[in-house]
Write a protein that binds this ligand. Structure first.
Ligand code: CUA
Length: 338
């Protein structure tokens, strides 16, 4: 089935959007520098070894008619010392720089305090989408949940704004990796991992679940929207509010609430309080559906509800066999959730 998808939305995106060599965060810069150093050292070793090998292959190849073995050399102490010491020194250097980078990248989250402009989010990996629980910002409790599109404020040198993530899993192992914003961190059932994000450059940064987690592992797109503090705070205010009551969507709301939608999905301010599927309170504030698989338009939303399995085979939402009229009503209701 062909639906306008993320490729349309990202038509202008370039390959470097997913490259660790174009970092925009302090941890990304530290990791890229380490990667370049390791590549330079190992590349140098490869170049020396392959040049010597090629030289020997060509220079000492067997001559026609020459059948005697070349001289065999054993027990040269200087050579033994050289090829033990040189790799040991190289490995020691790599251990030192890697440890230093780990120290730079791993920062444990501070306690939230008023005026710190720091954001705390709990990320829950699920088959096959991302849940974001907004815990605290600027020392104030938030307590709302959204899905798939992580909004964070841009930092600046005068006022650094950090985002601390706590990473958990609701089912199997997933991995959070937005290459330009930093390293990969796994989301492991029964364990809480943490990482932090910080960047001075606004924009949308993409990533992908980086640990095989089942059939739809490839459709767990990560989208991090980095926006100005004013834009971010406006988004925060909208997301924190309960769902809008739109009179014209009342019929669709009744259909939605009469079905088992409410067992899995929450719409804050209504009887829908399920926690198994994505929170739909402000569904239309999201650009994509199905964890970045398709654009969030009325047509796509209708196709999705009619039969999610056609779009994301194996996903945990079944088709409910709604009539055309019920489908239209439910879509109208969902479209009112802005
Ligand atoms: Cu989640 Cu792969």
């Amino acid at each position: 089935m062909e639906l306008p998808g993320i490729d349309t939305l990202l038509a202008n995106a370039v390959a470097e959007d997913l490259s660790i060599f174009h970092p925009v965060s302090p941890s990304g810069i530290a990791i890229a520098a380490l990667a370049i150093l390791v590549l330079a050292i190992t590349g140098g070793i490869w170049l020396i070894v392959s040049s010597v090998l090629m030289y020997c292959v060509v220079r000492f190849r067997a001559q026609t008619g020459d059948t005697h073995e070349p001289p065999q050399v054993y027990g040269s102490m200087p050579i033994e010392i050289a090829w033990t010491a040189a790799p040991a020194i190289i490995v020691f250097i790599l251990i030192l720089v890697t440890t230093r980078t780990l120290w730079e990248v791993e920062i444990s989250p501070p306690a939230p305090t008023a005026g710190d402009q720091t954001l705390f989010v709990t990320v829950v990996g699920r088959q096959w989408w991302w849940e974001y629980q907004y815990d605290e910002y600027d020392g104030k409790k938030l307590g709302f949940i959204t899905a798939n599109e992580l909004h964070i404020p841009v930092s600046d040198p005068a006022q650094p704004r950090r985002v601390y993530l706590q990473l958990k899993s609701a089912d199997v192992c997933h991995s959070f990796w937005v290459p330009r914003l930093g390293g990969k961190t796994d989301l492991i059932p029964g364990r809480v991992n943490s990482m932090w994000l910080q960047t001075d450059q606004p924009g949308v940064y993409l990533g992908q679940c980086a640990e095989y987690c089942g059939t739809q592992h490839a459709n767990m797109l990560l989208q991090v929207v980095v926006e100005s503090p004013a834009e971010f705070e406006a988004w925060l205010k909208n997301e924190a509010a309960a769902a809008l009551e739109v009179e014209s969507a009342a019929r669709g709301r009744d259909v939605f609430q009469s079905l088992s939608c409410v067992n899995c999905h929450a719409v804050r301010g209504t009887i829908a309080a399920g926690t198994y599927g994505p929170d739909l309170t402000h569904l239309m504030s999201r650009v994509t559906l199905a964890s970045g698989q398709i654009a969030n338009t009325r047509e796509n939303l209708r196709e999705w509800i009619a039969d999610p399995q056609q779009i994301k085979p194996g996903c945990l939402m079944p088709a409910f066999g709604l009539s055309d009229r019920e489908l239209d009503d439910v879509v109208s209701y969902l479209e009112s959730l802005r």
